[in-house]
Design a protein around this ligand. Structure first.
Ligand code: ATR
Length: 286
């Protein structure tokens, strides 16, 4: 495999094409984020949104790559379909069985990666100064968003991870898949045991539908950090719940969005942009 051909510095010829595929995608901030990255690293690239319905995913993605697109981010609902489509997976994407970044190489290899987990851990550790070692973590949800981040989280020597899901057997089978990486178990929402957790991560898509799972009392203590992987301008149902429970902090996934984008940019361009200016630029809008 060879490195994707790069267009070089800004202003030198036609920009290399990148983008985001999802359904829907119109709400996305990724063009803004990658635009700032390209400017700050002087990379000549464009980044567009592609709204592709699930039944058209395979055909349309292959058309984009044969049409000259060099890399794509992948979001809901295509992350697992993207893992099936590519020719090769990075070890972390293999672990997740979910892909949020595809790179197209000159020898026509499509490489699938997953930068969500490293995006989350960098946001927690570097931006929010949350130390993860020896912490008890409650993960809400057992879909693609959860499986994307479990590997990198478990690498942090957590004391324990509990996955809780509306459909409890999915939580148990996801926990079994990651059991070789640490102490991890799965259960239904009503079965979540105390004492309070250090970190509660919402990886359900409930926030996107304006819903919040009903959870037992006693999960949030004065030290608990609550992190919603969803992001938006207003409070989400999860951050509203966390605030009402007097969590130490209640955050949305803006930082994770920016950090996973920086890791995708690194895969495509060989350079990791400084994320601080983008986080600062977004802050007044949140
Ligand atoms: P994603 O790739 O974003 O994780 P997914 O694979 O469809 O999307 O998974 C969505 C997750 O959100 C699942 O854990 C789902 O629970 P089920 O496995 O029981 O379906 C969870 N979820 C979606 N809507 C929910 C709601 N209203 N309340 C609680 N959990 C919800």
């Amino acid at each position: 495999m060879s490195w994707p051909q790069q267009g070089g510095a800004a202003g030198e010829g036609k920009p290399d094409q990148y983008g985001l595929v999802g359904h829907p995608v119109s709400h996305s901030w990724s063009p803004f984020i990658h635009g700032m990255f390209a400017q700050s690293t002087a990379q000549n690239l464009s980044y567009r949104l592609f709204d592709i319905a699930p039944q058209d995913f395979r055909r349309d993605i292959l058309q984009l790559f044969t049409g000259g697109v060099r890399g794509l981010n992948v979001t809901l609902p295509h992350k697992q379909a993207a893992a099936d489509l590519v020719n090769e997976l990075t070890p972390r994407a293999t672990r997740a069985q979910a892909v949020n970044t595809i790179a197209f190489f000159e020898d026509t290899t499509l490489l699938g990666d997953n930068t969500d987990g490293v995006g989350l851990t960098v946001d927690l550790e570097r931006n929010m100064k949350v130390a993860l070692a020896d912490k008890r973590v409650l993960m809400l949800g057992a879909g693609g968003a959860a499986r994307g981040v479990l590997g990198p989280l478990l690498e942090r020597e957590l004391r324990e991870v509990v996955i809780a899901n509306r459909t409890s057997h999915k939580a148990r089978s996801l926990a079994a898949e990651f059991a070789d990486l640490g102490t991890i178990s799965g259960c239904g929402f009503s079965e979540i045991g105390g004492p309070s957790y250090d970190l509660i991560i919402n990886a359900t898509s409930a926030s996107l539908h304006g819903a919040m799972p009903s959870l037992p009392d006693g999960l949030v203590g004065e030290q608990t950090v609550c992190y919603d992987m969803a992001y938006g301008r207003a409070q989400t149902p999860f951050t509203a719940w966390a605030t009402a429970q007097h969590a130490a902090r209640a955050c949305k996934g803006w930082g994770m969005l920016v950090e996973q984008a920086a890791e995708s940019f690194l895969l495509w361009r060989g350079i990791r942009p400084n994320t601080r200016p983008v986080l600062d630029a977004l802050a007044p809008h949140l």
